[in-house]
Write a protein that binds this ligand. Structure first.
Ligand SMILES: C[S@@+](CC[C@H](N)C(=O)[O-])C[C@H]1O[C@@H](n2cnc3c(N)ncnc32)[C@H](O)[C@@H]1O
Length: 202
């Protein structure tokens, strides 16, 4: 609950200032003034939440919680500097895809992938995550906001195969109860969901 109050306060600040890159690992991300807009993909559309990186030890815990293993395809929706797909590629040799709407983040992520020597495994796409095709994912990671997770949920359930793991840093997904929740010593909270089998309504 403390996290929500903090995120809400940051959201107010962000509404008055343009999104900024920052390395404040302990902070929660904040909604931008475009927080409610779900426009078709367009270069002029701004991010729904500012860039705040997940601490590296939390990234490692997210990959563990998501049971990432050889053969997986990991998508980070709102990939920032690319640290999650890059860590997955480095640690497990898996294919990673990062999607971010901000061209500056895509540039940084590509530079970081190059530095990490994993450009053969990771790809970064400048897209709106609400328009993106992430069907091939077997693991999806998120560090967005509660409202964005909730808005994304129908797309996750529509696109992802049964059994796909979804791991969120800091924020739940409406009334979809997580299979597991981990509270880390660094204060991070991470959640795991597994896409259920599709049930026919005919
Ligand atoms: C809190 S950061 C998380 C970065 C990274 N996933 C991590 O955990 O370190 C959220 C990222 O989502 C991106 N973002 C916000 N709205 C987006 C949208 N509609 N489509 C794609 N990316 C978006 C922002 O540019 C930012 O880089």
């Amino acid at each position: 609950m403390r996290m929500y109050a903090f995120a809400a306060a940051l959201a107010l600040i962000a509404c008055q200032a343009p999104p900024v890159a920052q390395d404040a690992s302990a902070q929660a991300p904040a909604a931008t003034s475009q927080g409610q807009a779900v426009a078709a993909q367009a270069p002029s559309r701004g991010p729904d939440v500012i860039f705040v990186p997940t601490p590296h030890e939390t990234v490692a815990a997210m990959l563990k919680l998501g049971e990432v293993k050889k053969g997986d395809v990991l998508y980070d929706l709102g990939s920032g500097d690319g640290r999650i797909p890059i860590a997955a590629a480095k640690q497990f040799g898996v294919k990673g895809v990062g999607i971010d709407i901000d061209p500056q983040r895509i540039k940084e992520a590509n530079e970081n992938a190059k530095e990490a020597g994993v450009t053969n495994l990771v790809t970064f796409r400048q897209e709106d995550l609400f328009q993106a095709d992430f069907r091939e994912a077997t693991v999806v990671t998120l560090y967005l906001l509660p409202s964005l997770n909730e808005k994304l949920r129908p797309r996750l359930l529509e696109q992802l195969k049964p059994g796909t793991r979804i791991v969120s840093h800091a924020f739940p997904m409406g009334d979809w109860q997580p299979e597991k929740t981990v509270e880390m010593e660094n204060g991070s909270q991470i959640y795991l969901w597994r896409v259920p089998a599709k049930v026919s309504t005919d």
